[in-house]
Design a protein around this ligand. Structure first.
Ligand code: NAP
Length: 226
């Protein structure tokens, strides 16, 4: 369990094909895959969102999927939406900048002041964490201290997933398995960015549950850091 003074409990949740991919091809919206999720699984996703104080996705997912990240299929409170974007370069018409739920954009010190001001003018909070890139451990600490976030989920993409795992900030993983194979050498998979040379560097998981939700297999793991 994390030290709750420094970071929230973090659940990584994702829809994933049988070959581990998150979307049809590089640059394609995962919404094209998500429409094949069983209705019960969409409800599970929204129920999970409603149990979290915050939800985070990477800035590229916002550019490609234009996600809302709100609770819509059940009654429940939408979590705080958290988007790391080192240079504050989110599209001005992004859905997460609309006032459906509170939003925090995390930027680094190199983000141009005019872009930060434009984001704040839309009514979202901007946190500066890190010099060149968003410092994820520091961001986690700020979310606990300034926003009272105790439980957070991340919904990708692979770049953010890798950085969160690399910093040992993920406690649990929940996968919704979609019965498709899409192939593609450069098609985004659950975790990007990782190059390992030895078995010792593998991130180890402990399976804790598997069940059918509608027609989708769901698996749940704890992340086991040495
Ligand atoms: N199936 C699913 O469940 C699912 C879920 C989500 C996404 N997706 C798919 O994943 C794809 C996008 O994934 P992606 O890997 O290209 O992008 P991503 O992980 O969504 O976003 C990565 C970007 O976040 C920003 N960032 C800022 N600080 C960061 C930090 N400390 N660590 C990591 N990232 C940081 C960086 O952009 P800046 O340089 O702008 O800061 C980075 O390039 C899309 O095709 C989307 O459809 C699928």
């Amino acid at each position: 369990m994390p030290d709750d003074r420094t970071r929230p409990h973090v659940l990584m949740m994702s829809e994933i094909t049988a070959d581990g991919k998150l979307t049809l091809k590089r640059g394609a919206s995962s919404k094209r895959l998500m429409k094949f999720m069983a209705p019960e699984t969409e409800v599970l996703l929204h129920e999970t969102r409603a149990t979290c104080d915050a939800i985070m996705v990477g800035s590229n997912t916002i550019r490609i999927d234009n996600s809302f990240l709100t609770v819509r299929y059940i009654e429940g409170k939408s979590p705080i939406r958290v988007i790391p974007s080192s240079d504050a370069s989110l599209p001005p018409d992004a859905n997460v900048l609309k006032p459906d739920a509170p939003t925090v954009i995390a930027v680094s010190a190199r983000a141009p002041a005019d872009r930060v001001a434009a984001l704040r003018a839309k009514g979202v909070d901007v946190i500066v964490a890190g010099d060149e890139h968003v410092d994820l451990p520091l961001l986690m600490q700020r979310l606990v201290e300034d926003y009272g976030v105790r439980r957070m989920m991340i919904e990708g993409g692979p770049t953010l997933n890798w950085h969160m795992l690399h910093h040992r900030l993920v406690d649990e993983i929940r996968l919704i398995h979609l019965p498709f194979i899409v192939g593609g050498e450069d098609t985004p998979s659950l975790v990007g960015g990782m190059r390992i040379d030895s078995e010792e560097e593998m991130i180890r998981l402990s399976l804790k549950a598997h069940y059918l939700c509608g027609t989708n297999l769901v698996t749940e793991y704890d992340v086991v850091y040495p």
